[in-house]
Design a binder for this molecule. Structure first.
Ligand code: ADP
Ligand code: GLC
Length: 490
C-alpha cells in the first residue's frame, strides 16, 4: 500500500494540552488514520506540558532567530502520538491556558505565536528536514491557518493542503501593521488574500488558499455558507463550496468506554445496562443531589460561553424543578453564567449541583451517571459530548444545529431508531418542550431504554470518519497537480 504522510498542525492535543474538542480530534485522528494507510506527525507548540511529556525528544533543527528568539524543532513520541514540537521559549514557555494569560485575556503576541507555528509547518513541508517532508499539510483552526497561506506564496512544488474549521467563531484577526512581522508578503494584503476589513485574518487566509476545506459536520458545512452562520466569511465559503466538505468527528472509543472506564463507579455496557444505576448514585453524591433513582438526572459538561446556550437552560429552572428533574453541571467560562449557576445551586440544594472548573475525570462520571445530557448550543460545529453520551447511555437533549443535528435522532421522528431529543429554533421555550418530552419518556422505562440502547449501538468511533479524511488527502494528490513524495509502507 502507498503510505501517505500527513503533517497535522494543531495548537492543542489530547492528552497533553486541551481546552476543547480540537484537542480530542488532534489526539485521536492519527491512530484512526494509521489504519487507512496514513502516517501522521503532529506539529504542536512547545508549551511546558508538552516539553515535560517528551523528556527524550531529539533536536531536529536549531534556529538562532525565529520570530524574535531562538527556537528548536524537537521530535518524539508520546501516548502513541508522533510529535514535532516547536520549542520557542519566548513564545510558548508559559504555563496554563495555551491562548490566555493570567489576566484571562489573549496573550498580546498571539499573532506571532501562531504565525511561528504555521511558518514552521510550511518550512517542514518545503524540506527544512528532508525526511520529514509530508504529502499533505493539514491545518486545524486559525492557529494553524497561515500554513496553507505561506505555502501558497511559495513558488515551486509544495505538498497538498487541508484547512479544517472546528469553530468559525475564532478567526485570528490582527492589525494590518503586523503583516511584515508575521512574515506575510505585502501583496497578500488584499481582498483575495488575508485582508479582512482592514485587518489580517488568519482563518480567511487558510480558507482562501487551502486545496480543500473541511469542517466537522455536514450540517455545519451548510450553515457556514449562509450569511447568518458564516460569521462574516459566508461569501468566501460559498465561493469555495466545491472545495468544502463536512466530515463528522468521532471519539476515542478506548478512552470513552463504559466497560473499562477507570473514572466511573461501575462498569456497564449494552448487555449490562442495569449496572449504570451505581454511577447515578455516585454522581448524585458527588454533586450533593438527593439520592433519588426516579428523578431524571440531567448532565452538562461544557465551556460556559454564548455558543453553548447554557443561559437557556438556566432560564428553564422552573421546568427542571417542575418536572422533578435534577441537574449536575460541570463547566467553566463566562463569569455571569458561572455566577448564575452557582447561585441557583445554592438556592436549590439537592436538586441542582454545579462544579465550576475543568475536570476530565468528572466528565466521565457525568456521562456514566446522568440520565440525559443537555447540549442547547446556538451553534455547534460538531460537538463531542453528545457522542460520548450516546456511547454511555446518557440520552442527548440537543439543539437542532450543526453536528448535533447530524448525530442525534429525535424520538418523535424516528420511532424505533431514535436516540434522543432535538429542539429548534434554539430558544428557551423550545428547550423547555424538549425537557418535558424527555421527562415523560423517562418515566416510560421500555421507551427510555430503547433510546439508550440505540444510542449505545450508534457508531461514534473514528473508523469510518478517518477514512473520509484519507480519501480527501488522496483526492487532493490526484487532482491538484501536486508533486508528491511517495513512500512505500514497510
Ligand atoms: P468545544 O470544543 O466547543 O468546547 P466539544 O463538545 O467539541 O466542544 O468538546 C468539548 C470537550 O471538552 C469534550 O471532550 C468535553 O468532555 C470536554 N469538556 C468541556 N468542558 C469540560 C469541563 N468543564 N471539564 C471537563 N471536560 C470538559
Ligand atoms: C470546536 C467546536 C466543536 C467541535 C470541536 C472539535 O471546538 O466548537 O463543536 O466538536 O471543535 O472539532
Amino acid at each position: 500500500m502507498t503510505l501517505l504522510r500527513v503533517l497535522s498542525v494543531a495548537s492543542e492535543i489530547y492528552p497533553l494540552v486541551k481546552t476543547g474538542g480540537l484537542a480530542d480530534v488532534a489526539g485521536a485522528l492519527p491512530a484512526a488514520l494509521a489504519d487507512c494507510g496514513v502516517a501522521t506527525k503532529t506539529l504542536v507548540p512547545g508549551y511546558p506540558d508538552i516539553l515535560k511529556a517528551l523528556p527524550a525528544a531529539n533536536t531536529l533543527l536549531q534556529l538562532d532567530s525565529f520570530y524574535g528568539g531562538t527556537a528548536r524543532l524537537l521530535g518524539g513520541t508520546c501516548e502513541g502520538l508522533e510529535l514535532l514540537v516547536l520549542d520557542a521559549p519566548h513564545l510558548f514557555a508559559r504555563p496554563g491556558n495555551p491562548y490566555l494569560g493570567p489576566d484571562g485575556q489573549d496573550w498580546p503576541d498571539n499573532a506571532l505565536r501562531f504565525a511561528a507555528l504555521s511558518r514552521m509547518a510550511a518550512d517542514i513541508a518545503l524540506g527544512a528536514i528532508t525526511p520529514l517532508v509530508p504529502d499533505i499539510v493539514h491545518a486545524h483552526d486559525w492557529q494553524a491557518a497561515l500554513a496553507p497561506v505561506f505555502l501558497h506564496y511559495h513558488s515551486g512544488p509544495r505538498p497538498g493542503t487541508v484547512m479544517t474549521v472546528h469553530n468559525l467563531a475564532y478567526q485570528g484577526l490582527f492589525p494590518y501593521e503586523m503583516l511584515g512581522t508575521i512574515g506575510l508578503p505585502p501583496d497578500s494584503f488584499n481582498v483575495h488574500g488575508v485582508e479582512y476589513y482592514g485587518k489580517v485574518s488568519y482563518l480567511k487566509g487558510g480558507l482562501q488558499f487551502a486545496d480543500r476545506i473541511t469542517t466537522v459536520s455536514p450540517t455545519y458545512a451548510q450553515e457556514i455558507q449562509t450569511d447568518e452562520g458564516g460569521m462574516g466569511l459566508g461569501g468566501l465559503l460559498r465561493e469555495r463550496a466545491a472545495a468544502l466538505s463536512g466530515i463528522l468527528n468521532g471519539i476515542d472509543t478506548a478512552v470513552w468506554n463504559p466497560a473499562t472506564d477507570p473514572d466511573i463507579a461501575a462498569h456497564f455496557g449494552f448487555d449490562a445496562l442495569s449496572r449504570r444505576a451505581a454511577n447515578k448514585v455516585a454522581l448524585q453524591r458527588r454533586f450533593g443531589l438527593d439520592p433519588k433513582p426516579d428523578a431524571p438526572l440531567l448532565g452538562v459538561i461544557s465551556r460556559l460561553s454564548w455558543q453553548k446556550g447554557l443561559d437557556l437552560l438556566l432560564a428553564n429552572l422552573d421546568t427542571i424543578l417542575g418536572e422533578g428533574m435534577q441537574l449536575a453541571l460541570l463547566g467553566s467560562g463566562d463569569r455571569d453564567l458561572q455566577d448564575g449557576y452557582v447561585a441557583t445551586a445554592k438556592a436549590h440544594p439537592g436538586r441542582i449541583g454545579v462544579v465550576i472548573g475543568y475536570d476530565e475525570r468528572l466528565a466521565h462520571l457525568i456521562q456514566a451517571g446522568s440520565d440525559a445530557l443537555v447540549v442547547p448550543s446556538r451553534f455547534e460545529p460538531c460537538g463531542l459530548t453528545q457522542l460520548c453520551a450516546l456511547r454511555y447511555g446518557a440520552v442527548p437533549i440537543v439543539a437542532r444545529v450543526g453536528g448535533l443535528e447530524d448525530t442525534v435522532v429525535d424520538a418523535d421522528e424516528a420511532g424505533a431508531g431514535a436516540t434522543g431529543f432535538k429542539f429548534g429554533p434554539v430558544t428557551a421555550d423550545n428547550l423547555a418542550g424538549a425537557l418535558r418530552r424527555a421527562s415523560v419518556t423517562f418515566h416510560d422505562k421500555p421507551a427510555w431504554q430503547s433510546l439508550q440502547r440505540h444510542g449505545m449501538t450508534t457508531d461514534v468511533s473514528w473508523r469510518n470518519r478517518a477514512s473520509r479524511y484519507a480519501e480527501l488527502y488522496r483526492d487532493i494528490l490526484a487532482t491538484c497537480g501536486i508533486a508528491t513524495h511517495r513512500h512505500t509502507a514497510p
